[in-house]
Design a protein around this ligand. Structure first.
Ligand SMILES: C[N+](C)(C)CCCC[C@H](N)C(=O)O
Length: 288
């Protein structure tokens, strides 16, 4: 099994992640808290109360886990294509796979990475939602002191299954939208690349950026539900399950709730995924 795809997926994911984390924190707050009036208000408040560090809350676990998560995504994607079309990464420029195969491979990668991502994403969201300033002498400490303490507390208070809170919503979010992610990327690359050649850096950046936006726009409704399910259980359980969370969110806030954070998410998605695909393609060419 070709391992380069796994390693390339890991490095490229980490680069994208650091770049996008401040936007991600704003998104998570907008989705789960009602205290902010919009993107700018949220940014100003985070900066005033928590300083620049506030934007980087919850980043260490995603960095540590991206090795597993992104290499599973890209590795499973590429190896599923190998099974479906019997072509390796290098051969695929000359013999491009069909969009159906790309979609199926993307969905498979998305489904499996969601399972690895679930506990790490949960911890990220819980830490991002802590609004206390970091390490202020005299002020009460936040509920979670860091990622390990957070994981241990969830395990103690909510059990092993607690670590997978929101995992269903995450799988439903990622399975089809990872299909969309790879289809958009491949489609745009093919559109702007002469047959049989490798796409140029500019093409890869733009195709990666739009793949990020398209998949995130499609993923936002379930992203909101996922974030809410993950915050549920922190104190009293409010939602019975994914469907219940959807119904009560719509009842209370209208259909617009499904698009909470879509603007900031798209602004984040473009640079993050442009960098992810560019480094992925280059690492593979470099090793190939
Ligand atoms: C499928 N879904 C839209 C959820 C994610 C697609 C992009 C994943 C990327 N690591 C990022 O963080 O942007």
């Amino acid at each position: 099994m070709p391992v380069e795809e796994f390693v390339a997926g890991w490095i490229s994911g980490a680069l994208g992640l650091v770049l996008g984390h401040p936007f991600d924190t704003v998104k998570v707050r907008l989705q789960t808290q009602t205290t902010y009036r919009g993107i700018v208000d949220c940014m100003v408040k985070i900066y005033r109360h928590e300083s620049l560090l506030g934007f980087f809350k919850g980043m260490s676990f995603p960095i540590a886990s991206i090795a597993v998560v992104n290499s599973v995504l890209f590795g499973v994607y590429s190896n599923t294509l190998l099974v479906l079309t019997a072509t390796s990464h290098q051969e695929r420029r000359a013999q491009p796979p069909s969009y159906t195969h790309i979609f199926l491979a993307g969905c498979t990668g998305g489904f499996l990475q969601a399972y690895c991502l679930a506990p790490f994403d949960l911890i990220k969201v819980r830490l991002q939602n802590q609004t206390e300033p970091m390490a202020q002498p005299g002020s009460p400490p936040p509920q979670y002191r860091g990622p390990v303490h957070c994981a241990a507390s969830i395990f103690r208070e909510e059990g092993y299954r607690g670590l997978f809170r929101g995992a269903w919503a995450l799988m439903l979010r990622d399975t089809p939208t990872m299909g969309i992610y790879f289809i958009t990327y491949e489609g745009l690359c093919r559109q702007y690349t002469p047959e049989g050649q490798n796409p140029s850096s500019a093409t890869v950046l733009v195709a990666g950026g739009f793949a990020g936006i398209a998949s995130w726009v499609a993923a936002t409704p379930l992203d909101v539900i996922k974030s809410r399910m993950q915050m549920d259980g922190l104190r009293r359980r409010v939602y019975q399950g994914v469907l219940d969370c959807m119904v009560s969110s719509v009842r209370q806030e209208g259909l617009g709730v499904f698009f909470r954070g879509v603007t900031i998410n798209s602004a984040r998605a473009f640079p993050v995924n442009a960098v992810t695909f560019l480094s992925y393609e280059y690492l593979l060419r470099w090793w190939g």
